[in-house]
Design a protein around this ligand. Sequence first.
Ligand SMILES: NC(=O)c1ccc[n+]([C@@H]2O[C@H](COP(=O)([O-])OP(=O)(O)OC[C@H]3O[C@@H](n4cnc5c(N)ncnc54)[C@H](O)[C@@H]3O)[C@@H](O)[C@H]2O)c1
Length: 251
Amino acid sequence: MGRVQGKVAIVTGGARGIGRATAKMLAAEGARVAITDVDEEAGRETAASVDEAGHEAAFLEHDVASEADWERVVAEVQGTFGAPDILVNNAGIYRITPIEEETVEDWRQLMDVNVTGVFLGMKHCTPLMREQGTGSVINVSSVAGLVGVAGHACYGASKGAVRTMTKDAAIELAEAGVRVNSIHPAYIDTQMADYGAEAQDASKEELEAMHPIGHMGEPDDVAYAVMYLASDESKFMTGSELVLDGGFTAQ
Ligand SMILES: NC(=O)c1ccc[n+]([C@@H]2O[C@H](COP(=O)([O-])OP(=O)(O)OC[C@H]3O[C@@H](n4cnc5c(N)ncnc54)[C@H](O)[C@@H]3O)[C@@H](O)[C@H]2O)c1
């Protein structure tokens, strides 16, 4: 019996990185997983790799910033797998820019994906969870949603919004049996961390050294935390922040 046996999960941004590791782990533990992403090729490849491992997943093309896309995706997931029990709002974009160089256009685009995307996911999935009287939403924030980092005003604002929105939703939905928690990773070894090194003119070793533990995290480090929050093992946990940062914020 898997840790999320029989549950239906939606993982946004599931084509690669943290989302891919999370989708694979949830499927291996018995969930039927809808992998959604703007990257169709990588998303189909991830769904196929889950299938080859003998588990259940489907890919759906999805821009999380689009409400019409959310309506279509949630209806398709319901039709294929049933109402979602688990929503992992993982899709996100990262940019490091000094405040004076940030454009309003770029600011809005990042907010559309990182904040509006999370809001829309909860708006369209939690009514179905409420009807079932159960559900777990996991919002992927960042250590940048907890502490300040130079060049991170836009990204940090988006992840701070996710952190607080998670708590608001947790209170609103607690009596309905729907739990909402946020996850706060430091650097995790994905394409996003590669960008982080490049944008800060840092080597991979310098990025690793930012973490007291001496290295970055791996996508599976986050997937294990999502698994715990998705499963009934965390049934008393809502409105919480799970920090996975190799000691970054303990400094
Ligand atoms: N990697 C890190 O160091 C790190 C640290 C803290 C938080 N995070 C957060 O973890 C999440 C996943 O990051 P990752 O490291 O796997 O990044 P990644 O860039 O490797 O993967 C992100 C995925 O999201 C998808 N995506 C982007 N915009 C989208 C949109 N509008 N709609 C749907 N999908 C979209 C991309 O196509 C990609 O598959 C993000 O929310 C990120 O902010 C990452």
